[in-house]
Ligand binder design. Sequence first.
Ligand SMILES: Cc1ncc(CO)c(N)n1
Length: 232
Amino acid sequence: MNTKGSPLLTTRFTEELRNQNLRTWEAAVGHQFVKELFDGSIDDTVMAGYLTQDYRFLDAFLALIGAAVASADTLEARLTLARFAGEVAGDENTYFQHSFDTLGVTEELRRETPNTAATTGFQALFREAADTREYAAILSVLVVAEWLYLDWATRVSHPRPTDPVHADWITLHDYPGFHELVAFLRAELDRVGPQDRDTAGDFFGRAVDLELAFFDAAYAHPLTEAGREVVR
Ligand SMILES: Cc1ncc(CO)c(N)n1
């Protein structure tokens, strides 16, 4: 049957989850941070604060990917997730090191900068998802983190900004391998999520809320000129 409403044409599970959180999702994807990143107008103190917090996100996120490797139910998924961990530990980590150098953010300053509530919230959510040891719960958080970032990075048709700190952050979330990764993560959650609907919906929704809070926090907690070793 090809009629509308046939089981074959029902909404994908991940689409359903996004629809349940659409207002917050859209607020995150269309955030001032994204607009200013694309037009190159984002203040260095905002970018420096954002990246300082996001480097802590990266640390906790790597641990969550490890939990996904451990809980996946197929070799194919384990291989894909392990390669994904390699990307984060490789190119993405290198991006952070270069950007901290460019912006003049020293290790000492990063050490002295406290977590924002959104960063602490993500760390707790990642730990909670990992502790379930359930692939569906872990995937629900991974899907939000990667799909929402793919969405903002690909939605705007602006040309790339010239500053590598800005341009490379966009490229890290819009290259062919990243599109494939998000397609993979979504397909996995579409496959295993419906058996664990409530848990998936709970983790997915909390992750979307934190994504919006994380962008807001970048403006509420810029890394100020006074505390920063200004290189440019
Ligand atoms: C807050 C946040 N969400 C998602 C991503 C993409 O992994 C990121 N780097 N930071």
